[in-house]
Design a binder for this molecule. Sequence first.
Ligand code: UDP
Ligand code: MG
Length: 309
Amino acid sequence: MSLLSVIVPCYNEEENISLFYSELLDKISVLTEKGIDLELLYIDDGSRDRTVEEVKKLREKDERVHLVSFSRNFGKEAAMYAGLENANGDYVVIMDADLQDPPALLPEMFVYLEQGYDSVATRRVDRKGEPPIRSFFARMFYRLMKKISKTEFMDGARDYRLMTRQVVDAILSMREYNRFTKGIFGWVGFRTKWVEYENVERAKGETKWNFWRLFLYSMDGILAFSTAPLLLASVMGVLFCIIAFLMIVFIIVRKLIFGDPVSGWPSLVCIILMTSGVQFFCTGILGQYLAKTYMEVKRRPLYLIKEKL
Ligand code: UDP
Ligand code: MG
């Protein structure tokens, strides 16, 4: 008998807990018939609503349901890591509580594992029902990441992924504090099959990702998986030195040939403003990496557990 662990990060998802449960059981009956046992881990990421109570209610009925509850909101990345750490399965899958990761795909995904793939990833082929501006920036982000990072990034990739124990252990071995799972999946490698599906809208409740939060998350992704901004800072430094050198040569030559007095302080002010702007920008980039390094060396735990069932 092999065991399948389903990890569900939940933050204020009271309405979705039991909905997800019944939908999942309904859709994976094929797998249970095949002799695959189920373990369902709800990771409560410091919810302020009745999420924990809902999970406990399910647990009274079904012992396969487990709960890991955080002391506060640590973010979805931490919740996913906690799920992977607490999962005992030979196969592990991460799914959103809002049914945006259709459980109906699971039997198909399992077939690929049987064919010898180590992990089965999913991506959305469209972003139906999402604000256009959000889709636009998401696409820009993936295009940028493809250029500046050596790690593979797939546009529309979800965190919905089915993995073998080997892949899970590989991900767990990456204990970094600044986690960006979409990059980590790509970084660990292994044979991955991509399954595509059309966007499904959230079952109940609202998304926890506003534009600002997504922006910060994308910055985390860039800083965690690329050092290209640092290179950009150096390139700009060199570029400005070259420009300054050319301008000095131009002024000296003009003075020698035409005897012009050196004039024009407005232009000088512009140049000073611009170069100091660039310097601040570059120091800012350095600061971002330094801040990440600072958080990393503190070695704080990724999450704190308040309750575990
Ligand atoms: N989530 C979480 N912690 C957070 C934010 C979200 O565990 O701080 C969970 C949330 O409960 C859901 C999943 O992550 O199961 C995806 O969140 P959401 O549906 O809000 O994001 P979207 O699908 O809009 O990208
Ligand atoms: Mg969602």
